[in-house]
Design a protein around this ligand. Structure first.
Ligand SMILES: NC(=O)c1ccc[n+]([C@@H]2O[C@H](COP(=O)([O-])OP(=O)(O)OC[C@H]3O[C@@H](n4cnc5c(N)ncnc54)[C@H](OP(=O)(O)O)[C@@H]3O)[C@@H](O)[C@H]2O)c1
Length: 296
């Protein structure tokens, strides 16, 4: 059984490849940057671009199941899925998002080229077995949002202090993906994956402060100031606008939580506190990863 992973050098793909390799499953990855991939021994690395399915001839040889990351696939999800099916791939697991059915103006990721809805639709309309993963906010988003400010002091300025999220540990998403690629019990499901608790921005900042051993405080600023801060940090303006609309909504009620991670994996979902402890170093890196300005 060969599994092909797109987005393998990213937040979900890297731990996913780790879980599959650990389980002894033959894994192939497609990456635009094979020299920098540094994946576990035994992983077959193919230089190709999943957003250009014309480059995937070799990558799809003898593949049974694919993991589709919309960021890596871009606008080519339909073409990628059609090609995979034609080449005999039996199963596709797609990474979508909890907000995939929302108004696109409230889906910031669309403004950086993530066509999650289209990718999910391509997979669910295919003749392949499928599973869609619909996670909430990745815990790691706070690195891009807050690391620069953590480096500059103890106050994190941002919008809507009471905006709630149920941040999920990327490792949990990856382990559910590994399960969905190999096991049959979640086929045909759209899995709504959340972290274990609803937390406000203020609470998340406090938890990050505890993890780095330095008390931090969230200072709410008006949305227009938050917009200036985000743009200065390198976020595209439209992305920031959609993010602010999403956070305004999120301030109205606690975030929905589900038990799907526990049901699938038979263990509790990771807490934001344990995620923060594991990522202390990245949270303290003054030049935390930035959101790039969209696709090429
Ligand atoms: N962050 C969240 O809160 C959240 C929540 C729910 C859903 N999602 C969705 O999850 C997906 C992102 O997953 P992720 O964080 O694992 O992705 P990621 O780490 O940002 O990127 C995954 C891989 O995709 C390739 N890639 C990145 N940007 C690209 C571009 N502009 N053009 C072509 N290839 C590119 C890179 O692979 P190579 O360089 O190796 O080719 C990268 O390692 C998106 O669809 C996002 O909307 C995110």
């Amino acid at each position: 059984m060969m599994i092909l992973v797109t987005g393998a050098t990213g937040n979900i793909g890297r731990p996913l490849v780790g879980f599959l390799a650990q389980a002894g499953v033959p894994v192939r990855v497609v990456t635009r940057t094979p020299h920098a991939a540094s994946l576990p021994d035994g992983v077959d690395v193919v230089a190709a671009d999943p957003s250009d399915p014309g480059t995937l001839a070799v990558a799809l040889d003898d593949v049974d199941a694919v993991f589709i990351n919309p960021r890596a696939v871009g606008r080519a999800a339909g073409a990628f899925v059609a090609l995979a099916e034609k080449r005999g791939v039996r199963r596709a697991v797609v990474l979508a998002a909890s907000n995939v059915d929302d108004d696109p103006a409230r889906q910031p990721s669309r403004y950086r080229g993530d066509y999650n809805r289209e990718a999910e639709q391509a997979v669910t309309a295919s003749g392949m077995e499928w599973v869609s993963l619909r996670p909430t906010n990745f815990a790691g988003n706070v690195i891009g949002l807050w690391a620069a400010q953590i480096g500059a002091g103890d106050v994190i300025r941002g919008p809507y202090a009471r905006a709630a999220a149920a941040p999920i540990d990327e490792r949990d998403i990856a382990e559910v993906a590994a399960h969905a690629l190999r096991r049959d019990d979640v086929l045909g499901e759209r899995l709504e994956l959340t972290g274990p608790a609803s937390l406000t921005q203020e609470e998340m900042v406090e938890i990050v402060g505890t993890a780095i051993g330095r008390p931090l405080r969230y200072q709410e600023v008006p949305p227009e100031v938050a917009m200036q801060i985000m743009v200065a940090q390198g976020f595209p303006e439209q992305f920031a606008g959609a993010y602010l609309r999403m956070q305004a909504d999120a301030a109205r009620r606690p975030a929905r939580t589900t038990h799907v991670v526990t049901e699938v994996l038979g263990r509790d979902a990771g807490t934001f506190a344990s995620w923060a402890e594991r990522h202390r170093e990245a949270l303290l890196a003054t030049s935390g990863p930035r959101v790039p300005g969209g696709r090429r």
